[in-house]
Design a protein around this ligand. Structure first.
Ligand SMILES: [Zn+2]
Length: 512
């Protein structure tokens, strides 16, 4: 029987939209509800999710200071709602491992928020998992973006994506989160998100469309400027045990992937499609970091119990891993901080044809499709620069200096004019992105360096490489950084002005 190609697509698309996705038959077979009864705020009704008011009610009732939770207001959203952190554990040892769990950066991803609240019920003084916090201090920021959550919308009140504001720090919510992360000095960070399993790109795959079958997709950074020790420890010490926990509970999982269409051709990207996600930023700060993408954006309350339980099981697995491997985690962080590998300026993702497993909606079966996959977790450096002893930032760059301090870098002001041999940058290509990103046009440049002797003026800043979060500067201050200050116009010199950052090589180190 021959249908015009467009007809089944249209029917499928409309059916999917009308059904609000995951028909009962798919849900029962592939995503059965757990036999757990949750008592967190979203489950008090059949329709809604936990908003900021209900969050505060819940914390006052079930995770209050009287009940042994420390609570801090770490900042306020654009609309003035407090952003809170709660903390407990670690009393049994001198130096507990420090774990930060984050939820609700995107306001329409409620499983993380709810899973973290369910977690607090297990960790309280009457909880069955309290033993997990004997040697670990856990800090939870359950709702970074209350303005988004209160509208069930991904974005902050100004329409910005907070997860894309890791280095420009334009939003009060992200400034609050970064300050808290730095003050807490997290060894491990887990950021809970959700992904959209029904996508327009999936409509013409399979018989009449496919959906993602994975309860969770693991995202960890493939950015080569994140020290290898941090990258591999994030996977082996945190994600590998979580994979086992998921398998033991009948959950399907994969490394994060999503389809993208490039010049009319479909390609799948694994890992962080852009290096702008929180995992890269936390990894560059020498913390082990993972981002959980739990299935379910756009699915409403259908199957919500299963998603919340997935978040809860993951959170438990990460706490078990930190209780089990504290020394390995500390060693990986230290090794990462001391890493002096060359700075990676350009890299290429490995590309190959490989199997991608998806759920065929017509056959109600998993199917593997041979697809072109471009892997952000498997990249090769194509251009590098020597690891510097530090960077110099000229006095004009006050905003960059301030942002670096918020991100936890130490800057030393240069008081007297200082003659030094430096590597200065010359921009050899310089253009603006054709489309705006987060409300501005990115500045995309390529630079060459030249060894030169300069007189560094008083008021400039010295950023020494011997500090814990120095790896961040490789992405922020090198002009090409995809997440960098030039790209984001924090440093935005006129094309005929000298570039206001110098690199200093170890043999030319200065002592301001
Ligand atoms: Zn998200």
């Amino acid at each position: 029987m021959q249908f015009p190609r467009i007809l089944p697509l249209l029917i499928c698309f409309l059916a999917a939209a009308a059904h609000a996705q995951d028909p009962k038959s798919i849900r029962e077979e592939f995503f059965p509800a757990p036999d757990t009864t949750f008592t967190t705020p979203a489950f008090a009704t059949k329709r809604d999710f936990t908003n900021s008011d209900r969050l505060f009610d819940f914390l006052n009732r079930e995770a209050s200071e009287v009940q042994g939770w420390k609570r801090d207001t770490i900042g306020y959203s654009a609309k003035g709602t407090p952003i809170v952190a709660i903390e407990r554990g670690g009393e049994k040892v001198d130096k507990p491992l420090r774990v930060l769990f984050i939820g609700g950066i995107h306001g329409d991803e409620p499983a993380g928020v709810e899973g973290l609240l369910a977690l607090t019920q297990h960790l309280g003084s009457a909880g069955d998992w309290e033993h997990l916090l004997q040697t670990t201090t856990l800090r939870i920021v359950p709702m970074v973006n209350p303005d988004g959550v209160d509208r069930m919308n991904r974005y902050a009140a100004n329409g910005r994506d907070l997860n894309r504001d890791q280095s420009k720090l334009e939003n009060a919510e992200m400034i609050a989160l970064k300050r808290d992360f730095v003050a807490f000095d997290a060894d491990v960070v887990v950021d809970f998100h959700q992904y959209r399993p029904y996508r327009a790109d999936y409509v013409d795959m399979g018989d009449f469309g496919v959906t993602s079958p994975f309860d969770v997709m693991f995202m960890y950074t493939g950015n080569l400027n994140v020290p290898a020790a941090i990258r591999s420890a994030s996977e082996s010490l945190l994600i590998d045990p979580a994979r086992i926990a998921m398998a033991n509970h009948g959950r399907r999982f994969a490394n994060y992937f999503r389809p993208t269409v490039i010049r009319g051709k479909r390609e799948f990207r694994t890992g962080a499609a852009s290096p702008r996600s929180s995992v890269t930023s936390f990894g560059l700060a020498s913390s082990l970091a993972v981002l959980m993408e739990i299935r379910g954006v756009g699915m409403g309350r259908k199957g919500f119990e299963r998603r919340v339980q997935t978040a809860l099981l993951l959170a438990k697995s990460f706490l078990e891993s930190t209780a089990k491997f504290p020394e390995f985690i500390r060693e990986a962080r230290l090794e990462g901080q001391q890493d002096q590998s060359p700075v990676v300026i350009q890299s290429e993702r490995n590309k190959e044809m490989t199997g991608v497993t998806l759920l065929d909606l017509n056959r109600k079966a998993l199917r593997t499709f041979e697809e072109e996959v471009s892997d952000s977790n498997n990249q090769t450096a194509t251009e590098t620069r020597a690891f510097p002893a530090g960077y110099v930032l000229l006095p004009s760059e006050e905003r960059a200096a301030e942002t670096l301090r918020t991100l936890g870098l130490t800057l030393t002001e240069i008081k007297e004019p200082l003659e030094a041999t430096v590597q200065s940058y010359m921009l050899v290509s310089d253009r603006l992105s054709p489309k705006p990103f987060e409300g501005f046009f990115e500045r995309i440049v390529q630079a060459e360096t030249r060894d030169t002797i300069v007189l560094i003026p008083p008021g400039a800043w010295w950023i020494d490489s011997h500090q814990q979060r120095f790896h961040m500067t490789k992405e922020l201050l090198e002009p090409e950084g995809t997440n960098g200050f030039v790209r984001y116009r924090v440093i935005d010199p006129l094309s005929d002005q000298p570039f206001p950052v110098y690199r200093i090589l170890p043999e030319d180190i200065i002592h301001p």
